[in-house]
Design a protein. Structure first.
Length: 210
C-alpha cells in the first residue's frame, strides 16, 4: 500500500527465459529474424494442463526448459500425464471396490495398522506433509514447491498401486487400503485443483486393476 497499490491486488511474478526443445533438440528462436513462438502457438501443440504444470514445476528463479515433444506426448515422461494418470488409477480402485461390494462405511472400524507395507508407509508419510508444503509455497511465492510435491505423490501412488493390491482375501486389509487410496485421491485432486489442472477419473490406455 505504501507504493500506491491497493491491498488484495494480484501479485505479478516474473520468470526467467524459457528454452524450447523438441525431443531434446533446441528450437532456435530469434527476435531479429522474427522466429518466435508465442504462448498461443505453443498451446496449439500441447494441452493447456500439460503446459501449466510443466512451467509450474520449475522455479521462477531459474532458466526454464520446455520440451514440446515430451509435453505433447501421452507417456509417463509427460509430467501432467504422470500425475493425472495417478489420479485415474486411484479412481479406478474406487470403481473396482464398489463393484466388489467394498466400501468405507465407518472410519472408526478401520484398522490402519494393517498398512505396514513399505510403499504404504512412504505414501502416508508424504500425504501428511501437504499442509506444510502449501504454507511454505505461499509464504515464499514458490509454486514449484507444490508441483514437485504433487509429482512425488504421483510417483508414490504408482509404486503403491503396483505393489499393493487393494482387493484381497483379507477384508480388513482391503478396507484399510481402500481408505488410503481414497485419501491419496482426495489430496491429489485438491492439489491439482489448486494448480488449475484438471482431474480426470478415467484416462485412455489405463491398465485398471485393484
Amino acid at each position: 500500500s505504501a507504493m500506491g497499490h491497493a491491498s488484495g491486488e494480484p501479485e505479478v511474478l516474473l520468470g526467467q527465459m524459457v528454452t524450447l526443445l523438441r525431443h531434446g533438440e533446441e528450437v532456435r528462436i530469434s527476435k531479429r529474424s522474427g522466429t518466435l513462438i508465442t504462448l498461443g502457438e505453443l498451446l496449439d501443440e500441447v494441452d493447456p494442463d500439460a503446459a501449466r504444470l510443466t512451467f509450474l514445476l520449475q522455479s521462477l528463479d531459474t532458466t526454464q526448459s520446455f520440451d514440446i515433444g515430451i509435453v505433447a506426448s501421452q507417456s509417463m515422461d509427460n509430467p501432467v500425464y504422470y500425475v493425472q494418470y495417478a489420479h485415474a488409477r486411484l479412481a479406478s480402485i474406487a470403481r473396482a471396490a464398489q463393484a466388489a461390494g467394498l466400501s468405507l462405511s465407518s472410519i472408526e472400524s478401520l484398522d490402519l495398522s494393517r498398512l505396514d507395507h513399505e510403499r504404504e508407509r512412504e505414501l502416508m508419510a508424504h500425504l501428511v506433509t501437504f499442509p506444510e508444503t502449501l504454507q511454505l509455497a505461499a509464504q515464499s511465492r514458490a509454486v514449484h514447491r507444490v508441483t514437485t510435491w504433487v509429482r512425488t505423490l504421483a510417483g508414490l501412488v504408482h509404486g503403491w498401486y503396483h505393489d499393493c493390491r487393494v482387493l484381497t482375501d483379507d477384508p480388513q486389509l482391503s478396507t484399510a487400503r481402500l481408505a488410503l487410496a481414497e485419501a491419496s485421491r482426495s489430496v491429489l485432486a485438491n492439489a491439482l485443483a489448486i494448480l488449475g489442472v484438471t482431474v480426470p477419473d478415467r484416462m485412455e490406455r489405463l491398465d485398471e486393476h485393484a
